[in-house]
Design a protein around this ligand. Structure first.
Ligand code: NAD
Ligand code: TYD
Length: 340
């Protein structure tokens, strides 16, 4: 199959490219990526060794470029990982999120329509369901996103479903829980705390530290995505979670323990605005399709910490700008409006 992977130079997309090339020896994979701050050509070092791999730098919102790629490479399937992905950035600059995550998705759907692409797989997130106190969300639950990021992802999902209902396009959506693993940009909780702890820098734990996420190892998510691309039913949504809920405090202490660092590195900081309390998914539908996670959390976290210890050349240059540290201070200081 000839597959277009958008956002393939990012964290999960690049792992997915490796998985696809490895598991399907006859497939060709084209990556389209804008190389924003989160895209890194180094993430595709393994893929570049393959003659079945091509890279194009560009924006999924650029309809002419998307058309040229889909027509030129006779693309049969698109897997859309391209997105602005960090909640804190979405609080600071929501416009980029709406552009890429909603309009970008719609631009790709138009190309699917025009060139009769056989499959369109939208990579989405558990955050579109919002927060849940107990249990886990099912695929049929209503969407209740609360951040500009999750609202934009929900907007993308709704476009995908509208193109299924209206034009009968062969679309599928996967919604995964929080991924972790090698090559995740050091602005997200686990890589930020691991790299800060290595450098004996403070770990800024938001609020009471009791917000909870379900953590899935990136390889498990990518194997799930691949399984859905080949065996999922069009028009369907599939949750990909690990049943591995942990509070941020638990994650923080697990990281400190693995690195042999003291608890005094933990720094209490003001909470994120509109911070969702708990995310969790019901994954029975994926299990019925024959998918199981393979990475217990302890093994995955150990492998992740080890990777960051072994690859300072990958993450050190990304931390030097400290864009977020500066801007987060701004939003913490500015005060929310009193509507809520
Ligand atoms: P990431 O931020 O590491 O990578 C995103 C990639 O998309 C980057 O390579 C970036 O350059 C590219 N990109 C951004 N805007 C683009 C545009 N307009 N055109 C082309 N490329 C563009 O993100 P990630 O963590 O790998 O997430 C990938 C996907 O998985 C996203 O759709 C995200 O919403 C979803 N997801 C992520 C998680 C998680 O925990 N990281 C969980 C659930 C779902
Ligand atoms: P994050 O990795 O940004 O993922 P998401 O918000 O999409 O789930 O954050 C995971 C959790 O960690 C979330 O509850 C916010 C919290 N967090 C901190 O406490 N400190 C931090 O510096 C960051 C980035 C996140």
């Amino acid at each position: 199959m000839r597959v277009l992977v958008t956002g393939g130079a990012g964290f999960i997309g690049s792992h997915y490219v490796d998985v696809r090339l490895r598991r399907h020896p006859r497939d060709q994979v084209v990556v389209l990526d804008k190389l924003t701050y989160a895209g890194n050509p180094a993430n595709l070092a393994e893929a570049r060794k393959s003659p079945r791999f091509r890279f194009v730098k560009g924006d999924i919102c650029d309809a002419r470029l998307v058309d040229r790629i889909v027509r030129g490479h006779r693309i049969e399937a698109i897997v859309n990982f391209a997105a602005e992905t960090h909640v804190d950035r979405s609080i600071l600059t929501p416009e980029e999120f709406a552009k890429t995550d909603v309009l970008g998705t719609q631009t790709l759907l138009e190309a699917v329509r025009k060139f009769k692409v056989k499959r369109f797989l939208q990579i989405s997130t558990d955050e579109v369901y919002g927060s849940i106190e107990r249990g886990g969300f099912k695929e049929t639950d209503p969407l209740k996103p609360s951040s500009p990021y999750s609202a934009s992802k929900a907007g993308g999902d709704l476009q995908v479903l509208a193109y299924w209902h209206t034009y009968g396009l062969p679309v599928i959506i996967t919604r995964s829980s929080n991924n972790y693993g090698p090559r995740q940009y050091p602005e997200k909780l686990i890589p930020l705390f691991v790299t800060n702890a290595i450098e004996n820098q403070p770990l800024p734990l938001y609020g009471d530290g009791l917000n909870t996420r379900d953590w899935i190892y990136v390889e498990d998510n990518c194997l799930g995505v691949d399984h859905v691309l080949d065996h999922g039913r069009v028009g369907e949504i599939y949750n990909l979670g690990a049943g591995n809920t942990r509070t941020n405090r638990e994650i923080t202490f697990a990281i400190l323990k693995l690195l042999g660092k003291p608890a005094r590195l933990i720094q209490k900081v003001p909470d994120r605005w509109g911070h969702d309390r708990r995310y969790a998914l019901n994954t029975r539908k994926m299990q019925a399709l024959g998918w199981r996670t393979q990475w217990p959390f302890v093994r995955g976290l150990r492998a992740t910490v080890q990777w960051y210890q072994d690859h300072p050349e990958w993450w050190r240059p990304l931390k030097s700008g400290d864009y977020l540290k500066y801007y987060k201070k701004q939003y913490a200081g500015r005060g929310r409006q009193q509507g809520k």
